[in-house]
Design a protein around this ligand. Structure first.
Ligand code: SF4
Length: 757
């Protein structure tokens, strides 16, 4: 079974009671976002109104989705929880580990050769623990989720930042780190700061060359890359209801590019049409019965300024096609003359080398059909492609249907490369160059979401611009960044001047969706006999060994590993790039532990003193020496330590190597929580200036660790090389449950113990 209708009906059955109770508590009409949040409280019915942007709240998500890169460590951790099955419906999608090079068939074969051990592991662990598995080539996680699992009014989390795509079907869907997903899989609550709310009122109607993509490109321009931080963006108004469901998905998808917690739309007929077209009439029927709970109260959209923290107005009738970039998704330029001026001034190459259509953002049937209408015109009007064109269908359902309907054939007539139904160039899985670092300056246009330097092809000189699929197709045909398909003409092979007509397409396939093998493998009912496949000599995968609790006696005589200077993000603690390969092998990936952090002594990276030998060396090597000697260590850091992504490796690696405590001026909260979950200490200086007391040869004694308790600072004695001592106070935010994680060695150890009891 692809989706769980009983689970959805249960959510809807609770909704009225929970939403009505929340409305009474809040004392005013509710937005859609609030309705979904309040109906998914871990405690059930709300007992208090939460303060937006302030209160941390426990939620009970309905679903989890994981992609192949992040699922590896998440599932290795889940295996530690001692559970037979995941506690909520979960799926794994193999989409990130497939490189685009020669076209779908060859590329998929190559990926299966190169990453078979990872795919085999994910398939077997999914089968064992009741997780739905989508094979390599089945599609991109968020397109597959929209087609199969998303439902109006639901809440889901996913181990990928574009999980937010499911807002197109009226969900609150949020990207999280693997550790959060593991908690929910293991039956625990999921904590989130109650978000602020931004309302976007869409008036007017999209027409001509303007697409849903242009709406989010405009919102990105208005709000900038950080403007949505800590907020849910809720779209409403006549422009919203007139838009397709997959178009709504595009807008929600790129909410990640403005930093939003997520984005969503109220349930409407476009969603009903999409649900029915994707074989989920029963979900549409169930949603229709609770319609009023799947959108905001009428008063909210009538007077949004009273109910949202911020309201943005966009008139779709006045919106034109945009190109955002290069190097950031919030730098908007109107297609045509504005681009000529800006590109000339900034020396952006005007010639376009590639147009790429696809990614989870824009790979629906509607996207491909509208882009193909432009490609068909190029054929009919005798135009030759000036740039290369690549297509990544979002799923096998879309690929099969668009092939059946002749849409892919149109692109192929223009010599386009049809890549695998996977992320491909969107995540740098694109064999464009043999030596990307030294590749030439150039421009590309794509319908993806992110366009940071090196993101698509590893070339820092590639200027990537984001546009709608139809504009991407037109610009790729014209080969010029400043081509305006609405006004400009092109010269065809017969020397005639020709002009594009407006794109046309179908919201949904007129003959319905069709697929032969959608690539889904359902788990067996009883997974107890299923063996999880991990080769003993694998360098990419390693089963985890539970962390030993850190004894109070270990907290004496600890050595300083590194005093990080300035910014220390999760990237500095656990680098990405080539290290992604080892995401499923804790010991191997630990060789990148803190190698990007600047040591306050000497201001170098990956160069610290080994107090046992007096010699200097890399951080992981030095730490391994301490571990061998049975000595735990301390990491000291500056402000906002651990900011960046929520990757749990940044906490697991130090823990694995034998760091017992991280003392900083302040933490990025998610990283602090991740440290707690791994059973180590995340502490802050009670007096920030004490950071300056820490010297290179320091030894630490946690003198009152035996009394570790909520709301009680700890005392640390710092012994310097000359024998002098400083005694400082360090604060912590551990509650009783989190102290129990620490005492057991990790949150998962505790779950396992409770499970066995
Ligand atoms: Fe992430 Fe791109 Fe894949 Fe979407 S297509 S999930 S943005 S890598």
């Amino acid at each position: 079974m692809a989706f769980d209708i009983d689970m959805i009906k249960k959510v809807y059955a609770n909704m009225s009671e929970r939403v009505d109770a929340a409305r009474d508590l809040v004392g005013k009409p509710l937005t859609l976002s609030e309705k979904i949040l309040y109906s998914h409280l871990w405690e059930g019915k709300a007992t208090k109104a939460f303060t937006r942007g302030k209160d941390y709240v426990d939620f009970a998500p309905d679903r989890i989705a994981c992609q192949d890169a992040t699922a590896q460590m998440a599932l290795l951790q889940f295996m530690q929880a001692g559970k037979d099955k995941v506690a909520v419906p979960t799926t794994v999608h193999c989409d990130h580990l497939i490189q685009a090079k020669d076209g779908a068939v060859a590329d998929l074969k190559n990926a299966n050769d190169v990453s078979s051990e990872v795919f085999d592991f994910l398939e077997s662990v999914s089968n064992k623990y009741g997780i739905g598995f989508w094979k390599p080539g089945a599609g991109i996680i968020h397109q597959v989720v929209l087609e199969n699992y998303a439902f109006p009014g639901g809440m889901m989390i996913g181990t990928d930042s574009h999980t937010v795509n499911a807002g197109g079907l009226g969900m609150v869907a949020i990207g999280v780190g693997g550790a959060d997903a593991v908690d929910v899989m293991a039956g625990m609550a999921w904590e989130l700061k109650f978000p602020k709310l931004i309302g976007v009122r869409l008036t007017g109607k999209l027409s001509g060359w303007t697409a849903p993509k242009d709406v989010i490109l405009k919102v990105a321009e208005i709000l900038t890359a950080k403007g949505g931080t800590g907020a849910i963006v809720e779209y409403f108004g006549p422009g919203a209801t007139a838009m397709s469901c997959t178009g709504k998905g595009t807008i929600c998808n790129m909410g990640a590019e403005i930093g939003a917690t997520t984005s969503t739309f109220g349930y409407d007929e476009s969603m009903e049409r999409y649900l029915r077209a994707t074989d989920r009439a029963d979900v549409a029927d169930a949603a229709n019965k609770v319609k009023e709970y799947l959108t905001a109260d009428a008063e909210v959209y009538a007077n949004p300024e009273q109910y949202f923290d911020q309201v943005i107005d966009i008139n779709l009738s006045e919106l034109g096609p945009l190109l955002n970039g290069p190097f950031t998704p919030d730098l908007s330029t109107t297609v045509g003359k504005d681009m000529t001026d800006k590109a000339t001034k900034n020396e952006w190459p005007l010639q376009v080398e590639w147009g790429l259509i696809g990614s989870c953002t824009n790979s629906s049937y509607e996207d491909l059909s509208r882009a193909s209408s432009i490609a068909q015109q190029a054929i009919d009007k005798g135009l030759k492609m000036k740039a290369e064109l690549g297509i990544n269908p979002g799923s096998e359902l879309v690929r099969f249907t668009t092939e059946r309907d002749g849409i892919l054939g149109i692109f192929e007539k223009l010599d386009a490369k049809i890549f695998t139904n996977a992320c491909g160039p969107c995540i740098g899985q694109w064999a464009r160059y043999s030596d990307p670092k030294n590749a030439p300056k150039n421009s590309i246009v794509h319908s993806f979401n992110r366009n940071f330097a090196k993101r698509a092809d590893g070339n820092p000189n590639t200027h990537a611009f984001v546009a709608s699929p139809e504009v991407t197709a037109a610009i790729a045909i014209a080969g010029r960044l400043d081509f305006n398909p609405m006004t400009d003409t092109l010269i065809n092979e017969d020397g005639q001047e020709v002009k594009f007509d407006e794109p046309t397409g179908w919201e949904l396939p007129p003959k319905g969706f069709e697929v032969q093998d959608n690539g889904y493998l359902a788990p067996v009912e009883d997974g107890s006999k299923v063996e999880v496949k991990v080769a003993e000599d694998s360098e990419r995968l390693e089963l985890l060994t539970p962390f030993e609790p850190i004894k109070d006696s270990d907290m004496q005589g600890m050595k300083l590993l590194i005093k990080a200077f300035g910014k220390c993000t999760t990237d500095h603690i656990s680098m990405a790039g080539p290290w992604l390969r080892f995401r499923g092998h804790l010991d191997n990936i630990s060789n990148n532990c803190l190698i990007g952090a600047v040591n306050a002594f000497g201001k170098k990276t990956n160069f610290v003193k080994n107090q046992l030998t007096g010699e200097y060396g890399g951080v992981p090597d030095t730490q391994r020496e301490y571990k061998k000697a049975g000595i735990y260590t301390v990491v000291v850091g500056d402000h906002n330590y651990g900011e960046g992504s929520s990757r749990e490796h940044a906490a697991m690696e130090p823990r694995h190597l034998g760091v017992a405590a991280v003392i900083v001026k302040s933490f990025a909260r998610i990283h602090e929580t991740n440290l707690k979950k791994q059973g180590m200490l995340g502490l802050t200086f009670a007096n920030e200036a004490d950071y300056d007391l820490i010297q290179e040869d320091d030894t630490f004694n946690f003198v009152d660790i035996a009394d570790f308790a909520p709301d009680k600072p700890l005392t640390v004695e710092i012994v310097h090389a000359d024998g002098s001592k400083d005694t400082i106070k360090v604060n912590h935010t551990y509650n009783a449950a989190q102290i129990a994680w620490y005492r057991e060695g990790s949150a998962l150890n505790l779950i396992k113990k409770e499970n066995a009891a």
